[in-house]
Design a protein around this ligand. Structure first.
Ligand code: TEU
Ligand code: CA
Length: 538
């Protein structure tokens, strides 16, 4: 396999609004990020993925962009962004910008023009349709509840929005739209960024009249055109967000011929605790065997012809320690176990801010304490459809996006050290116990455990390039696997639950030549304590 710098990198995602506020207005900002670069450097990460920082009216916290070549007022200025790039690069850290190219804000000048008249030069930048029998052209739905079509009185047509009505979808069939996007991307590439995370990239080839949204016929053609006109040949990291990716699709995107992207985020594991065919709010318990099958499939599907990304968390999904760990009596043990499991795998790991501290989900009492548009729209929708308040809150506690968006917990001081003002969303009250200040100086902390896992990846090529083999595939409690590169073998054994378990590995893996990391003291032969995790050379 031809080696790439991003094969051995670890990426850290920052959700700027909730990361660090430098001026006391309650909103995280670019200067705030600069203040914390040394914290990230110390953790050992190589790359920052910055959720969108472009100009935006914030209907969806920056995923609704009104100017791709300028910075959101609350976050700072273009000069601040240039300084952040410089300061990060000086520390050997690259920055990925979050490219939201499927849609813009309705306040983007392309859209304000487009909606003016049917013959406006920008009309075809978006997707406009006549009504059918006096109503929407079809029943396509928005991810944020309701129809994906919004009636526009002025020109008496509907426009398409797969997300909020303030996020009109761009018309990628229009070559002018594509050129505009290449221009914006090159603007940032010229400023020295390390690459792009690409928002809902799989939607670009949509055919709305046939109700095709993801993976449309032209999708890969557009991506290759993007590659040729922007980052192709520039050795950047590009990662596409692909909810509907299968291994076959992922191989097209991440083909090592370099014609498309470096890698994609696939979400098969993320959907395992929802009832199949229903929405993410419709909960079912996780079955560990299914999780093992999904990882086994994705770890083994590429044979030098693709690359994986590895993640438990991002700004859209609940905190992993609350979701599949135990955020009560075994918070520290289970956070470390989940970290060991993921960071021993093949692929590029992504850490979401606060994950390295074992930050947990939030339970707000009042729906008005929530800020996320998806959550708030769903709440109204389900109330109307007869669900009780209690039922809906149960779903929000488990799956709401604000679980991941409460402010970063820096210290046990007021507002967790995130802001001196009033935070835009309330801080999780557990910050007095869970915070960076305590963990950086505590050698047994989750933070220092992540730091060690990153070091292990850097010092053991087998973690980056070794083959993956699942062990004990039928075991209902244990997730175990072995990574092999030439003569080197690394074994990872994790107890996924709070009960002590016994286990028997095949003889060849029994001998623990060197324990690289574990979340308990000395290991016991053939037994794992609650959420115990072990990684050793075998
Ligand atoms: O997410 C894509 C997306 O489909 C999510 O809305 C996801 O389905 C949902 O959060 C899970 O319930 C991306 C961004 O990551 C998200 O923050 C944006 O809201 C969305 O695109 C629109 O840009
Ligand atoms: Ca601020």
């Amino acid at each position: 396999m031809v080696k790439k710098w991003w094969h051995s990198s670890v990426v850290y995602q920052i959700y700027p609004r909730s990361f660090n506020d430098s001026n006391g207005d309650g909103i995280g900002d670019l200067k705030g990020i600069i203040e914390k670069l040394d914290y990230l450097k110390n953790l050992g990460i190589d790359v920052i993925w910055l959720s969108p920082v472009f100009k935006s009216p914030n209907d969806d916290n920056g995923y609704d962009i009104s100017d791709y070549e300028d910075i959101m007022d609350e976050f700072g200025t273009l000069e601040d962004m240039e300084l952040l790039l410089k300061e990060a690069n000086e520390r050997g850290i690259k920055i990925l910008m979050d490219l939201v190219a499927n849609h813009t804000s309705d306040e983007h000048k392309w859209f304000t023009q487009s909606r003016k008249s049917k013959d406006n030069p920008y009309r075809d930048y978006y997707i406009w349709r006549d009504p059918v029998d006096g109503h929407e052209p079809n029943d396509l739905g928005s991810t944020f509840s309701g129809s994906a079509w919004e009636w526009d009185e002025a020109t008496e047509q509907y426009y398409l929005h797969l997300f909020s009505k303030k996020q009109p979808d761009l018309n990628w069939e229009n070559p002018k739209v594509r050129e505009e996007i290449w221009k914006c991307m090159n603007f940032w590439i010229d400023k020295g960024i390390g690459g792009f995370r690409m928002d809902v990239i799989e939607l670009l080839g949509k055919v709305p009249d046939e109700k095709i949204t993801g993976n449309g016929p032209m999708l890969h053609e557009y991506i290759r055109e993007m590659n040729r006109n922007t980052f192709g040949g520039k050795d950047l990291l590009t990662v596409g967000e692909c909810w509907g990716a299968t291994p076959e699709i992922a191989k097209m995107y991440s083909n090592p011929d370099g014609s498309e992207l470096s890698m994609v985020f696939q979400f098969e594991h993320i959907g395992l605790d929802q009832i199949p065919g229903k929405e993410k709010w419709d909960l079912q318990p996780l079955n560990l065997i299914s999780l093992k099958q999904v990882f086994n499939k994705w770890q083994n599907c590429f044979n030098e012809d693709g690359w994986n990304s590895l993640f438990w968390n991002n700004h859209d999904v609940p905190r992993i320690v609350s979701r599949w760990g135990n955020d009560k009596e075994y918070r520290v043990e289970s956070a470390k176990m989940l970290a060991t499991l993921l960071h021993g795998l093949k692929g590029t790991p992504y850490i979401y801010q606060g994950e390295e501290l074992g930050m947990t989900n939030i339970k707000f009492k009042d729906i008005n304490q929530y800020k996320d548009i998806e959550t708030l729209n769903m709440y109204k929708d389900r109330l109307k459809n007869g669900y009780t308040h209690e039922e809906i809150m149960e779903s929000i506690y488990a799956k709401g996006r604000d679980n991941a968006r409460t402010p970063m917990q820096w210290s046990d001081e007021i507002n967790s050290g995130f802001t001196t003002g009033t935070p835009w969303i309330e801080v999780n009250p557990n910050f007095t116990e869970i915070n960076a200040k305590e963990q950086v100086s505590n050698p047994d902390s989750i933070y220092n455990y992540y730091k060690k896992l990153i070091e292990i990846r850097k010092n053991n090529e087998v973690i980056v390039y070794g083959d993956f083999e699942m062990l004990l595939p039928e075991d209902k409690n244990i997730f175990a696997y072995v990574r092999t590169l030439k003569d080197t073998k690394i074994v990872v054994v994790c107890n996924f639950y709070a009960d002590e378990v016994e286990y028997n590995l095949p003889k060849e893996y029994e001998d623990k030549k060197e324990v690289l990391i574990s979340n308990y003291g000395l290991s016991l032969p053939g037994r794992l304590r609650p959420f115990e995790a072990l990684m050793y050379k075998g």
